[in-house]
Design a protein around this ligand. Structure first.
Ligand code: NAI
Ligand code: MG
Length: 519
């Protein structure tokens, strides 16, 4: 096998360690403008940008004002078929990708991380334009994506099987092999980061992939696709098909030559994906779905600090966060004081232009989400929760919502049961550990949770009892590339991130070799 590192990759290796650090400091100095050039609007198949077979296009909108940013080629079944064919060829056992030394595969991933670092400002601007998140938050997302990619780059040559004792007459060993062509369907709340969370483990394990970005936010994944070509990934390894869920998304979920589908999005569509996998070829399924995550605050805490953690837990990314701490349970002894702080924090939040460095919160993603959030806010008002602040749409253009705090929320209210996916905090009151555990777990969701207390026993009792894939103690959203992330119950199946996610992309092959003794 050819061990030589291609010269383009070697140059990037020479620039390590951590080339991106240099660029990060430049990010702060540069003033970001709204003039973002859109470079790629077509489907990315077999390392080329091409029109959809149908010739159709769909608009991607600026959530600040609802204006069209660009017309994007609209992928459908015929395009998914083309992409799967390319991915299949790239996965052929004699292909460049399959023959590649895993170390080189890792270097290709590092090279991609280098290119993302080079273009960090641009990708962050593209993300802010298409998604509406603040530019500072977009920069954080891209940095986290780079870290994720580098984490997975390191795994390529460390995916080991084992030898298993089966007596002296046999040697039995296992090989971990890539599952094959994988389909990946992602949402709009962290468009670039979700793509990288999915690409990382797929590329590390040696799979080839077809990714469908959300119809609301196709731009950054298409740019990322161009970078994979520049980095030197062989044609067909990475394919990106923008389009709608029931067409392009369904074609992926139903495809008989896709061996695994990874999905992040609504629980409702999670059911559809799993049914499609069952009806087609029993492809492996991993799902990262919604949540109604409890954050429990005991009465022994610094109330102001706890309110800050709880505020960020729900308001980060405008509440458009699958693991948002969307049920804030506060002990009755500190409830009133906590609500006062929560209100102040929400009042201080500046809503507006996401490119303005003073803005804390930009628009929600689209009209549909704005309507859903307003419907839930109105249900809270009708069902008797108290609006401490907010409670209305902000302005008349775009999809802005006032940061909203509800107190006196009870478990039966819709705002305590349904995923709002917006900047809306629901504060509930509790008295005892047993009560709050039972109430925290009384949901079909189980993605994340948090507990704030100085008492280690309380923290551990809650951490053991809560039915959730993540438990954050005296913090929230403590997610790193190496920490497995996913849900209990209807919040999902399988895990993103960490070593755990590799399992989603690997098959185990057992090889048993008989030893014939020579006498
Ligand atoms: P969604 O689940 O409809 O969309 C997520 C992705 O799935 C998109 O790429 C979409 O095109 C695709 N999709 C939709 N229908 C499909 C189908 N039939 N087959 C295959 N793919 C399909 O989520 P949506 O409509 O954007 O948001 C609805 C709710 O879902 C939100 O209000 C929120 O509660 C939740 N959500 C959760 C997310 C998470 O991170 N877990 C992310 C986005 C939304
Ligand atoms: Mg939908």
């Amino acid at each position: 096998m050819d061990q030589a590192i291609p010269s383009s990759i070697q140059a990037s290796v020479d620039n390590h360690p951590r080339a991106e650090k240099r660029h990060y400091s430049e990010v702060k100095k540069k003033k970001m403008t709204k003039q973002v050039e859109i470079k790629y609007t077509q489907l990315f198949i077999d390392n080329e940008f091409v029109d959809a077979v149908s010739g159709r296009k769909f608009p991607t909108l600026n959530p600040v004002n609802g204006n069209v940013i660009a017309e994007i080629s609209e992928g459908d079944k015929a395009d998914v078929d083309k992409a799967v064919n390319a991915a299949k060829q790239a996965f052929d056992r004699n292909s460049k990708w399959r023959q590649m030394d895993p170390y080189i595969r890792g270097q290709l991933m590092h090279k991609l991380a280098d290119l993302i670092t080079r273009d960090l400002n641009y990708i962050a601007a593209l993300e802010t334009l298409d998604n509406g998140k603040t530019y500072a938050n977009a920069v954080e997302d891209i940095k986290a994506s780079i870290a994720c990619l580098r984490y997975y780059a390191g795994w390529c040559d460390k995916i080991q099987g084992s030898t298993i004792p089966t007596g002296d007459t046999n040697i039995t060993l296992t090989r971990k092999e890539p599952v094959g062509v994988v389909g990946q369907i992602i949402p709009w709340n962290y468009p670039f980061m979700m793509a990288i969370w999915k690409w990382g483990p797929a590329l590390t394990t040696g799979c080839t992939l077809v990714l469908k970005p959300a119809e609301q936010t196709p731009l950054s994944a298409l740019y990322g696709a161009a970078l994979t070509k520049e980095a030197g990934f062989p044609a067909g390894v990475i394919n990106v098909i923008p389009g709608y869920g029931p067409t392009a998304g369904a074609a992926i979920a139903e495809h008989s030559e896709i061996q695994k589908v990874a999905f992040t999005g609504s629980t409702e569509v999670g059911h559809i994906i799993m049914a499609a996998a069952a009806k087609s070829n029993l492809k492996r399924v991993s799902l990262e779905l919604g949540g109604k995550s409890p954050l429990v605050i005991f009465d022994d805490v610094d109330v102001k600090k706890a309110a800050e953690i709880a505020h960020d837990a729900i308001f980060s990314n405008h509440g458009q966060n699958c693991c948002a701490g969307s049920r804030t349970f506060v002990h009755s002894k500190i409830y009133d004081e906590f609500v006062k702080h929560a209100k102040q924090l929400a009042l201080a939040k500046k809503v507006g232009d996401p490119f303005d460095s003073k803005t804390d919160q930009g628009p929600q993603i689209d009209q549909e989400m704005l309507d859903k959030i307003m419907d839930l806010i109105n249900s809270g008002k009708k069902q008797g929760a108290v609006v401490e602040t907010g409670g209305n749409r902000a302005g008349n253009t775009g999809y802005f919502v006032q940061p909203t705090v509800f107190s006196n929320v009870t478990d039966d209210m819709r705002i305590a049961k349904e995923e709002i996916f917006g900047p809306v905090q629901s504060i509930l009151k509790f008295n005892t550990m047993a009560e709050v555990i039972e109430r925290a777990n009384r949901t079909n969701y189980g993605l994340a949770s948090g507990v704030i207390t100085k008492d280690i026993n309380k923290a551990l009792e809650f951490a053991q009892a809560v039915e959730a894939g993540s438990v954050w103690v005296n913090c929230y959203d403590a997610i790193a590339p190496q920490t497995p992330f996913g849900g209990f119950k209807q919040s999902g199946i399988g895990r993103d991130l960490g070593e755990e996610s590799l399992k989603e992309y690997l098959e185990i092959k057992t090889i048993s070799i008989k030893i014939t003794k020579e006498n």
